[in-house]
Design a protein around this ligand. Structure first.
Ligand code: SF4
Length: 464
């Protein structure tokens, strides 16, 4: 599934970024490297995953033995790694062959993991501000599996103070009965992985669903009154054309979702598309180049704005910015703790990042043995936390730096005077007083530009 700032997006990125060094972002641009080549583009966290390591696992345990912090929000994430079919562009660790008993066993393991966490002093008694179900395909679970999972999650970490419960769904897995159950368990933000409204495109790119199922899911969802309905779209899927993209955007507008998230297609290393490229000796991916994708997203943003939507990040438009919030994104980008459970999931406690075992076998074995299934971790220092929040918040397109300056005692405009001047000179942003504003061109390539703010020893890490 695809969703903005989704921790699931981190999963395969973590694998891909272990590959050897890369050029700095502006160098790449200056070399005229506009083609879509293999690699991850999206910057989902900082420092890069290739710096996380198993030797830092004890740091997670250290934090968990501390008393609970007083002023830090907590999010809870559960990763559901099952899908009906593997999309050709998918880089997540997903399983398409598990039966009901195996899925039940996985859910029980996840609950056991939550239970272990609930006994730790750092987490005991805390109530989540937000909850997120990502994958994979959370909607692949049956109604009874969903009810069992969420009832027990609520016993361990009650949802009575939770502002948002977000849930990713694949349209073809949703019956009316299942959507009702999803609403009843307390989901407030339903995110549909529509990706495109054209059946040929869906088929060529290996999606399991077709447009009819997307329309039906959107209609069902509207009747059930979710607080927010988001649909995901991808600009630049294989076989995409400008005319088709425009039709897709207009169709999305007709559907009137509260929020639309648009990704520019990237081809990470562990995708089917990359494997095919490698076999045939191709360097350039069979998708639109980066300037074309940016042009298409920019056209979409304009079209959504004409229809009354507001662009509120590099990836999202919302119908009513006063009403439609994305608590998961905004809290995580401001330093919330994230209790993340499930295979390959990513979390963070008190500035220590961690990732769970990336395969279901080792994950289940660790949990069965009564151990937290953490694979690797990274204890950030104050400077890295400052950089992380600064760069992630820049993805919103406009940032008043006074919040970050007050929190960390570092003024990003002074610290990054050279980098900001450089990017401003390239024509991508402006700085006025405390406010940094990306223009459209800058916003649509923000993930490339963010590397300018990395610490020098992190800049060669493979993100892209
Ligand atoms: S729905 Fe497709 S892209 Fe999403 S996790 Fe499953 S296989 Fe991957």
């Amino acid at each position: 599934m695809i969703e903005s700032t989704d921790d699931a997006e981190l999963n395969a990125q973590a694998l891909a970024d272990q590959l050897p060094g890369a050029r700095t972002p502006l160098e790449s641009e200056h070399e005229g490297d506009d083609k879509t080549e293999a690699g991850n583009y999206f910057v989902a966290n900082y420092p890069p995953f290739s710096f996380w390591s198993p030797e830092h696992k004890p740091k997670v345990e250290e934090v968990l033995e501390r008393p609970a912090p007083e002023n830090t929000n907590l999010g809870v994430y559960f990763h559901i790694p099952f899908c009906r079919k593997r999309c050709h562009f998918c880089y997540f660790r997903v399983y398409t062959d598990k039966n009901a008993a195996e899925i039940n066993a996985y859910i029980q393991a996840g609950l056991k993991e939550f239970e272990m966490f609930s006994k730790k002093p750092y987490l005991a008694g805390r109530k989540p501000q937000f909850v997120y179900f990502g994958g994979g395909t959370p909607s692949y679970l049956s109604v009874s599996q969903l009810q069992d999972l969420t009832n027990r999650m609520k016993d361990l970490f009650p949802w009575d103070e939770t502002e948002e419960v977000a849930f990713e769904a694949e349209p073809g897995t949703l019956t009316e009965k299942k959507l009702e159950a999803i609403r009843e368990i307390g989901v407030t933000r339903l995110s549909l992985g529509v990706e495109a409204f054209d059946d040929h495109l869906l088929e060529v790119n290996g999606r399991a669903h077709r447009s009819k199922e997307a329309y039906r899911a959107i209609d069902f969802a509207k009747t059930l009154g979710f607080e927010q309905l988001n649909i995901d779209l991808i600009a630049g899927m294989m076989d995409e054309t400008e005319d088709n993209w425009k039709r897709c955007v207009d169709t999305a507008i007709e559907q009137q979702p509260d929020c639309v998230t648009i990704y520019q297609m990237e081809i990470p290393y562990n995708t089917t598309i990359y494997r095919q490229m490698k076999e045939s000796g191709q360097v350039t991916a069979p998708v639109a180049d980066w300037p074309t994708k940016r042009h298409w997203v920019s056209w979409a943003f304009d079209r959504f704005q004409e229809a009354g939507y507001t662009v509120n990040s590099a990836y999202t438009v919302v119908k009513d910015p006063d009403k439609v919030k994305f608590v998961y994104r905004d809290s995580l980008w401001s330093g919330a703790d994230l209790l993340s459970a499930g295979v390959a999931s990513f979390g963070e406690f008190g500035g220590v990042h961690y990732q769970n075992q990336a395969d279901v076998g080792p994950y289940m074995m660790e949990v069965d043995a009564g151990r937290l299934p953490i694979f690797r971790a990274y204890p950030t220092n104050e400077e890295e936390r400052f950089i992380r929040e600064f760069i992630l918040q820049l993805k919103l397109g406009q940032l008043d730096i006074s919040g970050v300056r007050e929190k960390y005692g570092i003024d990003p405009i002074k610290r990054y005077a050279k980098q900001l001047a450089y990017i401003e000179n390239e024509g991508f942003l402006t700085v006025e007083g405390d406010v940094i504003t990306l223009n459209r061109e800058g916003l649509l390539q923000i993930d490339r530009l963010l590397h300018e703010f990395f610490l020098p020893h992190h800049r060669d890490a493979r993100y892209t």
